[in-house]
Design a protein around this ligand. Structure first.
Ligand code: TRP
Length: 346
């Protein structure tokens, strides 16, 4: 199994859980997605019932004026899933907006959440600043954590493999679940747990914060060998490590953060870190190792992707079939929700 999760020792007890996770289709997926969640899902799909959602409706909450971008990236994200080894015969892959039950659930959950609580969500707060929404926040954007609660609970998911930026969403989902079950005196909704990657979040190639497409500091899963080579060559390292003989900093150095995430030879990596800290090891050598390790991981993914990309109609069929399955599950939950809320009239 490729994924490495903190909860590994508990995994036996956790067999046959329901997993739901998703990604916004705003661009091809990158190494940050891969390390944070994607890599783990490949292993998880064999032990649990896994649903993976392409969150187009959520992507539209801050891309209302870019529907083309969202549409185009549905296929890109689906190709990334298939390329890394998500198997559509055991994982249900679906498109969020084509499961309208999720929108209806969102509508009911919104009554259980205050505007003040939404404004306190730390991820939303950060994203509002990043997107320059301070003076006018789209209402749909502010409430997307509620829609995310609908995504998770519609499938009665108990595990959500995500990056740590999504923890506030899980927390908010749990508050909604507890309110709902209490107010409607039922146990229809299930409280989910986050499943965090054991590898810390990857910094961008510029060493500034997280990898993010809008910051232009990403290595995408579908980048060509030439692109990856160029990005690593120009990657930020320790700015004080000017000459080979200088001692260098490993902390806060993205080259080493990536090696930590990808180099399978941990012993050699520790030796390399010591050498770098002592001085006498140049960035060129360290970057050469990183390139080698990364290409070993990315080359097969790219080859798979090219294979699937030859038949986009087949990929869209996979999404259509997955969406049909997802809709059945979500509409069953919605039925129970409506009954608990006493709005099951006929
Ligand atoms: N917010 C997630 C992201 O930006 C995507 C997402 C939407 C999601 N709905 C979800 C993740 C439900 C987990 C569960 O990556």
């Amino acid at each position: 199994m490729k994924g490495n999760y903190r909860m590994k020792s508990q995994e036996k007890q956790m067999a046959d859980r329901i997993i739901l996770t998703g990604d916004r289709p705003t661009g091809p997926l990158h190494l940050g997605h891969y390390v944070g969640s994607l890599r783990g899902r490949v292993g998880l799909q064999h032990q649990h019932k896994q649903f993976i959602m392409i969150a187009d409706a959520q992507a539209l909450t801050d891309n209302a004026e870019n529907p083309e971008k969202v549409r185009k990236n549905i296929l890109e994200v689906a190709l990334d899933y298939l390329a890394v080894g998500i198997d559509p015969t055991i994982t249900t892959i679906f498109i969020q907006s084509l499961v309208p039950e999720l929108a209806e659930l969102t509508m009911y959950y919104l009554n259980l959440v205050t505007v003040a609580r939404l404004q306190r969500n730390p991820t939303i707060k950060e994203e509002i600043i990043q997107r320059g929404f301070e003076s006018s926040i789209p209402a749909g954007f502010l409430m997307y954590p509620v829609s995310q609660a609908a995504d998770i609970t519609a499938f009665k998911a108990d595990l959500v493999p995500v990056g740590d930026d999504q923890l506030p969403m899980i927390e908010q989902t749990n508050e909604i679940v507890r309110s709902f079950n209490r107010i409607y005196n039922c146990s229809v909704l299930v409280e989910p747990k986050a499943l965090l990657s054991s590898v810390p979040r990857l910094p961008g190639t510029d060493g500034k914060g997280k990898m993010s497409k809008s910051l232009g500091n990403v290595i995408s899963l579908c980048d060509s060998v030439a692109d990856v080579t160029k990005k690593i060559k120009t990657m930020y390292t320790d700015p004080k490590h000017l000459r080979v003989e200088d001692s260098g900093n490993v902390e806060g150095n993205p080259v080493f953060a990536y090696l930590d995430a990808f180099d399978p030879d941990k012993v050699a990596l520790e030796a390399m870190k010591d050498h770098y800290k002592r001085g006498g090891l140049g960035d060129v050598v360290v970057k050469k190792r990183l390139l080698e390790v990364l290409l070993a991981e990315l080359n097969p993914i790219r080859a798979h992707r090219e294979q699937f990309a030859k038949d986009p109609a087949q990929v869209m069929r996979i999404l259509k079939e997955g969406t049909e399955v997802a809709r059945k599950v979500a509409s069953q939950t919605l039925k129970e929700v409506r009954k608990a809320m006493k709005i099951d009239y006929f």
